[in-house]
Design a protein around this ligand. Sequence first.
Ligand code: F6R
Length: 368
Amino acid sequence: EKGGFDHFMLKEIADQPQAIADTLLGRLTDHGIALDEVRISDQDLRDVTKVFIVACGTAYHSGMVAKYAIEHWTRIPCEVELASEFRYRDPILDSSTLVIAISQSGETMDTLMALRHAKQQKARVLAICNTNGSTIPRESDAVLYTHGGPEIAVASTKAFLTQLVACYLLGLYLAQVRGIMYADEVGAVVRQLQQTPDLLRDLLDQMDPVRKLSRDLSSARQVLFIGRHVGYPVALEGALKLKELAYMHAEGFAAGELKHGPIALIDDDTPVICVVPSPVGNAMMRDKVVSNIQEVRARGARTIVIAEEGDEGVRAYADDLIFVPRVPTLLAPLMTTVPLQILACEIATARGYDVDQPRNLAKSVTVE
Ligand code: F6R
């Protein structure tokens, strides 16, 4: 069942191009995005004045990316919140609020309780979920299924990428229903989404240097991750994978926050994984991250740089350089996450741990 792979996690990483293709299937048409299963009327979607996204763990990281995409394409204010915190602060909700609950399993109790609270307050609730007929979609007004197929490994990989795809589709759909603001850009994103399975296949074929690097990093005392904009949730996700699989101290930071404290953590040879934005998509943002890389390097860090193909300028600041294919800025997490998944899986294996069944963790967390 592992399809020739040593672990389910490796198989599920390799399955990602197909999982994305399946999640896109039938939803990108010549007339735009078609989400027939989303049973909230176009009028109700036009009336939405505020979006909240609630989720836990990896699903929360996909929500962080979704916030950037939804706000940019629709101009609707969007907040993302840990499901376990949501109802305790008495959020402001009404019938013009759309609450999006993201969950692979559809059974996560924290997310379910956040959703129930939102419904009680008359908000409309839409689930993004990978498990047909599970509790969270059953209790929601509408559901957008990710078609990732069953995820067996405890650490989420293909579910994350398909959650991102579902969030992009939903963001584009909201923009479409409400009158597209950036028609050219949205068209380009749709075309690019169709190409992501092929780009990912190419990327997955080029991961040998990451495997080699993993052996080097397996004895590090800590590993830090930095990113900006959508690279920030990717940094958090890379750190989460490393914590849960390799039991190493790993932290993700917004690159700009480093100088406000965390830079004190860096000493000689601390590995810092740096997620660099596209110089084509946003040159200013890319240059800011490159300055942040220089700052950590000046303090002795070993910099492992994830950058876009063609960005030769970063080479001078990278002890190790991993290129990913060029895609529009908002879609970059579909590419930049992959080397971080492989890194965590390989480091954990090098340290002798079972990547499919990490200690203390369960695949679905049904207690609050
Ligand atoms: C991390 C991981 C967890 C889940 C979280 C939410 O690899 O798997 O952080 O993402 O427990 O689970 P779902 O998506 O099932 O609600």
